[in-house]
Design a protein around this ligand. Structure first.
Ligand code: KDG
Length: 303
């Protein structure tokens, strides 16, 4: 397995113009791992779902998407989480029904050393740390084992202030960074976390944590890839966007997959910008995630 992600999947209900809701799939780490698989990586997911209809739908989805589910628990006592996406003047807004969900009961005991042997990348997220103290501890244990087995740790803070306070988020996210190799935040998230607005100052701030690579996602402004001796701005692609839900997760999945395939960081970021742009052309998180040939075709025409 190339990449393992740990986190919570959420059944999605997305509002249409007529006020009706369409069901789909979401959950940042699940979106991420599906993107990586669609773009050519060999992937696995560690999570828990309820013994309910929504849990079964996720298992079917991951099987179809070639995501290894060996580490997905079916929890008979807790439900699969869900969320609603509503659209307003400021883009999308999420309403969660996830408290007490199966994935929020993931704990340190679920994280086993053998999962990290022979693995290339571990992808984790601030959302997995925010949903419960048990799953936050599980993330820290996973990072510790990843480090022990020389697995590259990639981290998206995915700051969701409906799940935890800014103070707690700052404390946990910033203490996670000392063991992170590749940090993939959105500009919006790190503006909240640092109080800074200038992308270069934000990058300097995070490179001081001795993170090997910071990849700043700036939506329509593209992305910046930075290491201690390189910094490059990669412009975004212009597309007709409908819904940006999951675009950051698609970017992360595409970026890591391309690094795995041997791309340089700036080439991987160009590819990830394209994949993320394409993922905004449909409603919801998972449906519009592109496959490899769609990204390649788009790059042939637009790059
Ligand atoms: O990045 C998109 C996710 O935020 C969405 O799918 C729902 O996982 C989700 C969350 O916790 O917000």
């Amino acid at each position: 397995m190339d990449i393992l992600a740990i986190g919570e999947p959420l059944i999605e209900f997305s509002e249409s113009a007529d006020g009706k809701y369409t069901s789909g799939f979401g959950g940042d780490t699940s979106n991420f791992i599906i993107a990586a698989s669609r773009l050519g990586a060999s992937v696995g997911y560690q999570s828990a779902v309820g013994n309910d209809t929504f849990g079964s739908k996720f298992i079917m989805l991951w099987n179809k998407e070639k995501v290894n589910t060996k580490l997905v628990k079916i929890d008979p006592e807790h439900h699969t989480g869900l969320y609603f996406i509503s659209y307003g003047d400021n883009g999308h807004e999420f309403t969660y029904h996830r408290k007490g969900s199966a994935a929020s009961y993931l704990s340190e005991n679920d994280i086993k050393e053998e999962s990290f042997m022979g693995l290339s990348y571990l992808h984790i997220s601030g959302i997995t740390q925010a949903i419960s103290t048990e799953s936050c501890d599980a993330v820290f244990k996973a990072i510790q084992l990843a480090k022990k087995h020389c697995v590259t740790v990639t981290y998206d803070p995915n700051l969701r202030l409906k799940l935890w306070s800014l103070e707690r988020a700052k404390a946990i996210i910033h203490s996670t960074l000392s063991n992170v190799d590749i940090f993939l935040p959105s500009l919006d998230d790190v503006t909240h976390l640092t109080g800074l607005t200038d992308p270069n100052q934000i990058i300097d701030f995070y490179l001081d944590y001795k993170i090997k690579m910071v990849v700043l996602k700036m939506g329509k402004e593209g992305s910046i890839v930075a290491t201690s001796d390189m910094r490059k701005h990669i412009p975004a692609f212009r597309v007709k966007s409908i819904d940006a839900t999951g675009a950051g997760d698609t970017f992360d999945g595409a970026f890591i997959t391309r690094l795995l395939k041997g791309d340089t960081p700036d080439k991987a970021a160009l590819y990830a910008n394209a994949a993320a742009a394409l993922s905004t052309q449909g409603i919801g998180a998972v449906n519009p995630i592109p496959i490899q040939s769609e990204v390649e075709q788009f790059l042939n025409i637009n790059a």
